[in-house]
Design a binder for this molecule. Structure first.
Ligand code: NAP
Length: 294
């Protein structure tokens, strides 16, 4: 344990709480911060120190993880009042595991470099189940040496850890992941509507095709939920819309046309307008059913 660096963890939400728990169980000295302090109690009982601010986390830690909601939230906990930048020591590494704008990561990296530190952007895929089971896919960007220092900590939380390139590359890779998820789900939803309107048993159709070239995680996991009319979230419509907004911003900046993603983005907007923003992404099927006359 003696040679394990001190770790700080900011943001103990659905994802952050189990992720921080894995780091503590692996024997790292851990300091945590959460805006809503009640969420720190379970980790405190297991031996984590609780800080009163992100600044205090940075003062106590060599490796600092942030896992909050969106770009302004990461900016607030890193660069805001009493933020990480106010307490960070030269040589520390900040690992942002939230899904946010690649450009914001580059800006924060520049500010951290002025303090002699580095940023690794390391968003994850695998959902709350992946966070609980320590099976997340972690896609990272940033200084290679800082990444190498972060790897043993990532290994406590994930099973696929990929170095993707300079800072921002982790977020860009995660956005590719979200393009694939969204566009595939659109195809799955369209096939379900087509099957239903043509009088096929949708369940039989899914079973027949899922082992072939059309197979996907969305088809195997989400199509059966649509057939069962189960629209409870795994991954919420409002959250994928946050990610698709980031995709559209980065696509515009790079002049990459995204015709399929744009269409799904608009159709998810209809889900939100129908009051289904807190439902799972499989609620997209209901929008396509509506377009097909119900
Ligand atoms: P969540 O349960 O809503 O938790 C968000 C966390 O961020 C909470 O600890 C919240 O504190 C904190 N936070 C938000 N804004 C803050 C601010 N301005 N200042 C300080 N703390 C702030 O969200 P989550 O599901 O854990 O998601 C976290 C990140 O992981 C997001 O970027 C999300 O896109 C990404 N992600 C999520 C999933 C998933 O399936 N859930 C999968 C992959 C990636 P409070 O407790 O005080 O609200």
């Amino acid at each position: 344990m003696a040679n394990k660096p001190s770790v700080g963890f900011i943001g103990l939400g659905i994802m952050g709480l189990p992720m921080a728990g894995h780091i503590l169980k692996a024997g790292y000295p851990l300091t945590v911060y959460n805006r809503t302090t009640s969420k720190t109690r379970s980790l405190e009982a297991e031996g984590a120190a609780v800080a009163a601010s992100p600044r205090e986390v940075a003062e106590n830690s060599r490796m600092i993880i942030t896992m909050v909601s969106d770009s302004p939230d990461v900016q607030e906990v890193v660069a805001g009042p009493d933020g990480v930048l106010d307490g960070v020591r030269p040589g520390s590494v900040v690992m942002d595991m939230s899904t946010i704008s690649p450009q914001v990561e580059r800006d924060l990296d520049r500010q951290l470099r002025e303090k002699g530190c580095a940023l690794v952007d390391a968003p994850v895929s695998g959902g709350d189940v992946g966070a609980q089971n320590a099976t997340l896919a972690i896609m990272a960007g940033g200084d290679r040496e800082a990444f190498d220092r972060a790897v043993p900590i990532f290994e406590t939380m994930g099973k696929t850890i990929t170095y993707c390139g300079p800072v921002g590359s982790g977020q860009l890779t995660k956005l590719c992941n979200q393009i694939l998820v969204a566009v595939t789900l659109m195809g799955v939803s369209e096939a379900l509507v087509f099957a239903g309107k043509n009088g096929l048993d949708q369940r039989v159709m899914v079973e027949a095709v899922k082992g072939g070239a059309a197979g996907s995680w969305q088809l195997s996991n989400l199509a059966p939920r649509v057939v069962d009319r189960d629209f409870a979230p795994g991954f919420m419509v409002d959250l994928i819309q946050k990610d698709l907004r980031l995709v559209m911003e980065s696509g515009a900046a790079a002049q990459a046309a995204l015709p399929a993603t744009s269409l799904v983005n608009q159709l998810f907007r209809t889900s939100q307008a129908r009051g289904e923003g807190l439902e799972g992404t499989q609620a997209l099927a209901k929008v396509l059913e509506q377009l097909a006359g119900g």
